[in-house]
Design a protein. Structure first.
Length: 376
């Protein structure tokens, strides 16, 4: 299997697996217990929190382990709405991940006013429209740092400057950004940030929420764990795994970015050289190094994915969370693509274990499949 779907999920890094195994076997202590096993677990939890905070340029006490990015996003919304109970307006974009769109729609059903900002044809958010959308009634601005389908990176520094000047809480869905681009929250006025372990070579079912030390926090799950900020016994093996994955990502970041962008550019150039009528969805330069979203005129992406899979190639047509939807990508729709254009688009996302040989093999699958579909 040639795996080019890293934005959907990443394989478990062997070093991460090695770090978490002891906590699935003999180091099984509860970090809230006072016995030796419990104290050892508590120390490991502290270390994992420090490693995760270091990747983000944050303080360890600002990190809360969660079950994943969806819980983190919902908690961030809960915190902001609890902090400003009289403010009933939320600003987000039409191109957000479904986790954000779902909770935004839930608040809309409760009577909140939600503004879904459009994207331009390159997948970029208008800063002028963002500033105009924020009113005295706005409690929260929630935006992606990097889009999961196109890889387009939002101008977070400018966005944070606007929300700070407008005195509005800012939440960032950084699921695709963490471990792929440099992040330094020490220099950014961000209140909340969500991330997920299985996007950075840790297991599924573990994530984290960054809460700035001066931001309002209201637990979604009350309890004594996580310094009384999230109830429920910590998933020790996965917390340790997330810490190790963060440490590895920090060590490899500056070498992986140019390596993956080189492979991605080669893949795109060869596809466009060998296949006519192919265009890119999203900004060419201001995007994640590993992500390529291409539109193949005259094909159905679902049919291409089926043939890819039969030939041993794994790719996607967008977010894995929306794979079973009968509707074309809402991200591409927000960028002005027609349903037909969106339905003919494919996403290829590379990762740490992608090789040049795999890209060459993938090309030997992609080119004949697209040619065959067009002939049909």
């Amino acid at each position: 299997m040639i795996y080019l779907d890293y934005n959907s999920t990443t394989p478990l890094d062997p070093k991460v697996r090695g770090a978490m195994l002891p906590y699935l076997e003999h180091d099984f202590g509860n970090p809230s217990s006072l016995c030796a096993l419990g104290r050892h677990a508590a120390q490991a939890l502290v270390q994992a929190r420090v490693e995760l905070a270091s990747l983000l340029g944050a303080k360890a006490q600002e990190m809360i382990f969660t079950s994943g990015a969806t819980e983190s996003i919902v908690t961030a919304f809960h915190c902001a709405m609890s902090a400003y109970p009289l403010k009933r307006h939320i600003v987000t974009s039409a191109g957000e991940h479904s986790a954000t769109l779902n909770i935004a729609h839930q608040y809309a059903e409760r009577g909140y006013d939600v503004t879904f900002l459009p994207l331009d044809t390159h997948g970029i958010l208008s800063l002028d429209m963002l500033e105009e959308a924020i009113t005295p009634q706005t409690a929260l601005v929630s935006l992606l740092w990097a889009n999961n389908e196109t890889g387009v990176i939002f101008p977070i520094e400018k966005i944070a400057e606007i929300t700070q000047r407008k005195n509005v809480s800012l939440h960032l869905d950084a699921v695709q950004a963490v471990g792929k681009i440099p992040i330094n929250l020490a220099t950014l006025p961000v209140d909340y940030l969500s991330l997920s372990g299985h996007k950075i070579y840790a297991p599924k079912g573990i994530g984290a929420l960054y809460v700035h030390r001066h931001a309002c926090y209201q637990p979604l799950f009350p309890g004594s764990q996580e310094n009384a900020r999230r109830g429920g016994t910590e998933n020790m093996a996965s917390c340790v795994a997330l810490g190790k994955a963060a440490a590895l990502a920090q060590d490899l970041l500056m070498t992986e970015m140019p390596r993956e962008s080189g492979l991605r550019d080669y893949l795109e150039e060869e596809i466009m050289r060998k296949i006519p009528h192919v265009s890119r969805n999203g900004e060419k330069n201001n995007r994640l190094a590993n992500t390529s979203n291409l539109r193949f005129e005259g094909i159905e992406a679902a049919q291409a994915l089926l043939l890819f899979d039969q030939a041993g190639l794994c790719a996607s047509a967008g977010s894995a969370c929306n794979t079973k939807s009968k509707h074309p990508s809402h991200v591409l729709a927000a960028m002005g693509r027609t349903p037909q254009e969106a339905a003919s688009s494919l996403r290829f996302s590379l990762g740490r274990f992608t090789t040049q040989e795999e890209i060459d093999h993938a090309l030997n699958i992609i080119v004949p499949v697209i040619t065959k579909l067009r002939l049909l």
